[in-house]
Design a protein. Structure first.
Length: 294
């Protein structure tokens, strides 16, 4: 892996077969590490990570401007998670970028470990925003985008949101303000997996027509198959290439909660859970068999 992403290359260059294979392998890595880390904690959010594994892969191995071993590099792109409960899938990526010692992963959620169930920017190098209580991240991302503009520091800000998070009023306040301030370097990614803690999102509080809502708030909206890692990466490359964009962008990624382990998919009871050792072995086998997923 290169020391920095997007150092010298045209972001609209088509992905090569080798790059696509690499991104699929990294999504597989996210799922397998998630299973391993949750086996340490004895409880965790498998399905919330599995729905965004390809998004994580595309961001951290093709999109985000980063420098290996330098989590505080001022020129980096920023990444925030509204769905902070998916942090167990983020930590292996940060360790892979040498933002902290990989040995930290082996103590995930244990007493004294900086790696909690939700990410803490004060403790974990590479985490740009502490999250857990949903609804705040887009506001934080907007602040970073505006702050960068004021300082003359050009970077993009990506904010991963859960679709259940669309029920939070603060999200829409931030969306309104972002369009008003023409923060074209702000990209919201909605993980549209259709489920939240209490069941189906649209049974709890309906959010459709979601794309029309974001457009009505002044955002450019793109939709993508969130498990087609090549399509996700290409969309992010296209957004990188757009010159002087003024409108913020909302990417609605259509996903399946629990993707990769069939019995977890679209099953609300797996929002928070733990696999018994024998079930963990079977889940790992299925994840490996599915490989590239889509």
């Amino acid at each position: 892996m290169p020391a920095a992403n997007l150092a010298v290359r045209d972001p609209v260059t088509p992905l090569t077969p080798e790059q696509i294979a690499r991104l699929k392998e990294r999504a597989l890595f996210v799922r397998l590490e998630t299973v391993r880390l949750i086996s340490i904690a004895k409880v965790g959010h498998y399905t919330s990570v599995f729905s965004c594994a390809e998004i994580f892969s595309a961001l951290y191995y093709d999109t985000l401007r980063l420098k290996r071993g330098e989590p505080k590099w001022t020129g980096r792109d920023r990444f925030l998670m509204g769905k902070g409960h998916a942090a167990v899938g983020l930590y292996p990526l940060l360790a892979d970028w040498d933002f902290f010692d990989k040995a930290w992963l082996d103590d995930y959620t244990r007493l004294g470990s900086p790696l909690g169930d939700h990410p803490d920017m004060r403790k974990v190098p590479g985490v740009d925003f502490s999250s857990g209580s949903i609804g705040h991240a887009l506001s934080g991302g907007l602040g970073m985008a505006l702050g960068g503009r004021l300082r003359g520091n050009v970077f993009d800000v990506y904010v991963l949101l859960g679709d259940g998070e669309m029920q939070e009023g603060q999200v829409w306040e931030a969306a309104l303000a972002a369009a008003h301030h023409k923060t074209g370097n702000l990209i919201a990614i909605v993980d549209r997996n259709g489920y939240q803690l209490d069941g189906k999102v649209d049974d709890v509080v309906g959010i459709e027509p979601l794309a029309d809502k974001w457009r009505a708030f002044g955002w450019d909206v793109r939709e993508v198959d969130g498990h087609d890692v090549a399509a996700v990466a290409m969309l992010f490359r296209e957004l990188k290439a757009e010159p002087a964009r003024e409108r913020p962008v909302c990417v609605i990624a259509i996903t399946a909660k629990g993707k990769g382990v069939e019995y977890m998919e679209t099953e609300p009871g797996w929002h928070l859970g733990w696999l018994a050792p024998e079930d963990e072995v079977l889940a790992i086998e299925e994840i490996k068999a599915n490989g590239g997923v889509q």
